[in-house]
Ligand binder design. Structure first.
Ligand code: BT5
Length: 324
């Protein structure tokens, strides 16, 4: 059986229709195998017209970030050079973690069309129906262990810029790891790490973007969290291939910037894209303790500086509720 990419390029090289018989001959497979390939490509999102007496014609490209299409367009040096693509999985984080110990896994990307047990921070659920971008990236960062908590800032910047570049929507950042549009969550970031005292073995960055999903249907299954999706904001669907490409290119760009120039410029850029600094916020911490105050800055270690009635407080973790 030829790989999907080989069969696509066969169809792509034909300007008009090509008969099933000619396709079978060129691909070196049977007529029924041709039909199976056509069915598979349609499932991958390609539009293939079939006409009685004429055969098949590739009439539309896929918008899915399948590895062979990403390879044609992606301009990166290491992120996404190896892509694992699954139609369904439990969580792309689990696959990425299982690959992370391999010596050549730096930059490996795992993408799924849907996740059955997508997760957020603190084992929270991340709903991942078909239509979203659910991916994990394996990284072996050459940075001190103490700086690893800044990786989600790098990822959030990349997501924010990718959404802006690919769709024109005004995405904003909310501490610590949310990407928002009009005050509603459109994407989230998760970091899993394996580290020793002075050395990071690997980091796996998970990124979930509500691309072409029905946000009302997701919201109805959540505890009233305000969420949105790119298709709901635009009023039409967006190309997940373009968005994923921009995301991975931006991620590599900001990752290298952090490795080479430190975290200073990354945090500056993050702050520019955030609209929560200078606003009153309530931080809900893991023990359900709530701290209220004015969000004034992000410290160099990524913690949030809050001005409260009893003085300045550095918040290391929690969920922020912003009053807009
Ligand atoms: C996050 O956690 O925002 C991190 C999400 C990371 C998801 C990616 S997808 C690829 C990779 N594989 C995985 O299994 N995970 C990563 P957190 O800040 O803890 O937010 C979780 C909360 O967001 C939940 O408690 C829900 O309230 C809400 N939520 C769940 N699904 C959502 C969705 N699709 N869109 C927006 N909010 C959602």
């Amino acid at each position: 059986m030829p790989q999907p990419e080989a069969f696509v390029s066969l169809l792509r090289s034909e300007p008009g229709y090509i008969s099933g018989q000619a396709l079978a001959k060129k691909a070196g497979i049977s007529r029924s195998a041709v039909w199976k390939q056509i069915r598979m490509l349609r499932r991958y999102g390609y539009t293939i017209e079939s006409r009685h007496g004429l055969g098949y014609r590739l009439a539309g490209q896929t918008d899915l970030p399948v590895p062979w299409e990403l390879a044609r367009v992606l301009r990166t040096s290491f992120i996404g050079k190896h892509v694992v693509y699954k139609e369904t999985t439990d969580s792309t984080q689990n696959i990425a973690i299982s690959l992370a110990d391999r010596s050549d896994s730096h930059g490996t990307v795992v993408i799924a069309e849907q996740q059955k047990s997508g997760r957020g921070r603190q084992k929270r659920k991340w709903l991942s129906p078909k239509g979203g971008i659910w991916l994990s990236v394996v990284l072996k960062p050459g940075i001190p262990t103490a700086k690893i908590t800044l990786l989600p800032f790098v990822a959030a910047l990349a997501v924010c810029d990718a959404i802006k570049n690919a769709t024109g929507l005004d995405a904003r950042l909310k501490w610590p790891n949310d990407v928002m549009i009009s005050g509603k969550k459109v994407a989230g970031i998760l970091l899993d790490i394996s580290a020793e005292a002075d050395q990071i073995n690997y980091a796996v960055i998970g990124i979930g973007i509500n691309a072409n999903v029905d946000s009302a249907a997701i919201s109805a299954r959540l505890d009233g969290t305000k969420i949105t999706s790119i298709s709901d904001e635009l009023g039409h669907s967006t190309s997940r291939l373009d968005l994923t490409r921009s995301l991975l290119e931006n991620l590599e760009h900001y990752y290298l910037e952090m490795e080479q120039q430190g975290v200073g410029t990354i945090l500056q850029k993050w702050k520019k894209r955030s609209d929560m600094l200078g606003r009153k916020v309530a931080v809900v911490q893991n023990n359900n303790k709530i701290i209220q105050g004015m969000a004034t800055d992000i410290n160099d270690d990524g913690s949030l500086l809050l001005k409260t009635d009893v003085g300045d407080v550095n918040v290391v973790s929690g969920d922020i509720h912003v009053r807009y």
